[in-house]
Design a protein around this ligand. Structure first.
Ligand SMILES: Cc1cc2nc3c(=O)[nH]c(=O)nc-3n(C[C@H](O)[C@H](O)[C@H](O)COP(=O)(O)O)c2cc1C
Length: 340
């Protein structure tokens, strides 16, 4: 099955809000929440996508003819490619009843590991979601990255107790979930974390801790100060705040400020191996991709995940070959051009 056939199968299953578009560019789903669209004014996902279209790759094939090596080392583990499945929660609400948070994670976590990658799992109001996701990861030697919402410290530590006991590879927090109404309604109140609180959480975690939802140099510096092993440059696909800058636009300045001090991931509108190459050239170490994996799962379950990873791998290798990069470390700013 190829990717277009998978999309064809997904269409209808992910309806009414997601249209399983040939390119997931945030246009058909603008304003659709529930659904995969962004918060008002509704253009956050499309702007993320468009920002990558303003980055061009510089072709240069006068170089040695060695095969490109896409292997990526992270926290002592070697992955086949620098691409991870981003966390998605509320799957049934946003995409329809064929899957829910449990069954979606049941598919992506093992399938990502099988492809030499890893899935970030989402968190939600039901604590059982993270318990089951981390149990699945434990069966895979801990491979996966549960993403915890910024609950109050006691609730976060309770979740980390489970992850610590299961030998999970890495944990994350979508710190930009701070404004979500269900967190604000909690008692004790949940939401934004100070550097001291974040530092306490990171120290409590026995595994590398990644902070997702960084959109400014200052935010990145604070995450590093708190001890984050990684940051995800991400605006949550525009779902938590309208009118932020695109992730591609803030990535270079964040990479200039904290590159080398923490692992830099980026997400938002990356849709093929050329985009992945551009992200690495602009300073990311690796990328996360969310929505295309959801449609792939609704279309063809584990096979959908495998097909999408194979597509990204082949496109990334092709771009590396055509731009003269033989390893991920060789991908650099000179290999892209931002602008017309
Ligand atoms: C329906 C939906 C639910 C999401 N749930 C979460 C979540 O629980 N935690 C999180 O950190 N990000 C969540 N995200 C954001 C994604 O992880 C990702 O940051 C965003 O979609 C941008 O990537 P993309 O353009 O590849 O989809 C969600 C996104 C969507 C569309």
């Amino acid at each position: 099955m190829d990717y277009n056939e998978i999309l064809e199968k997904a269409r209808g299953r992910v309806a009414p809000y997601c249209k399983a578009c040939p390119v997931c560019n945030g246009i058909a789903c603008a304003h659709n929440m529930p659904g995969p669209g962004p918060k008002q004014p509704g253009n956050g996902a499309a702007r993320n996508y468009e920002a990558w279209q303003r980055v061009f790759v510089n072709m240069d094939t006068i170089c040695s003819n060695d095969a490109p090596d896409t292997t990526f080392k992270l926290y002592g583990h070697e992955f086949s490619l620098p691409v991870f499945i981003a966390p998605v929660g509320g799957v049934a609400l946003h995409y329809g009843d064929d899957y829910n948070d449990f069954t979606y994670n049941d598919v992506i976590i093992p399938a990502a590991a099988e492809c030499g990658s890893a899935a970030f799992s989402g968190d939600g109001v039901d604590p059982e979601v993270m318990k089951r996701a981390s149990a699945t990861m434990a069966q895979l030697g801990g491979m996966g990255i549960p993403t915890i919402k910024p609950w109050n410290i006691e609730a976060v530590e309770e979740k980390l107790d489970i992850l610590n006991s299961r030998g999970i590879f890495a944990a994350a927090m979508d710190i930009d979930g701070a404004g979500l109404p269900f967190l604000k309604a909690m008692n004790p109140n949940a939401g934004s974390k100070s550097v001291a609180e974040l530092s306490e959480i990171i120290k409590y975690a026995k595994m590398p801790f990644i902070v997702k939802g960084i959109m400014t140099v200052r935010g990145a510096e604070k995450a590093v100060e708190a001890g984050a092993a990684g940051i995800v440059v991400s605006n949550h696909g525009g779902r938590v705040l309208g009118q932020t800058r695109a992730s591609a636009d803030v990535l270079p300045e964040i990479a200039a400020a904290v590159g080398g001090q923490t692992t830099i991931f980026v997400d938002g509108g990356l849709r093929n191996g050329v985009d992945i190459f551009k992200a690495l050239a602009l300073g990311a170490d690796a990328v996360l991709i969310a929505r295309p994996f959801v449609t792939a799962v609704y279309g063809a379950a584990e096979e959908g995940v495998r097909v999408l990873y194979a597509k990204y791998l082949s496109e990334l290798k092709d771009t590396m070959t055509m731009c003269g990069a033989h390893s991920l470390d060789e991908i650099c700013a000179d290999m892209v051009h931002v602008g017309a």
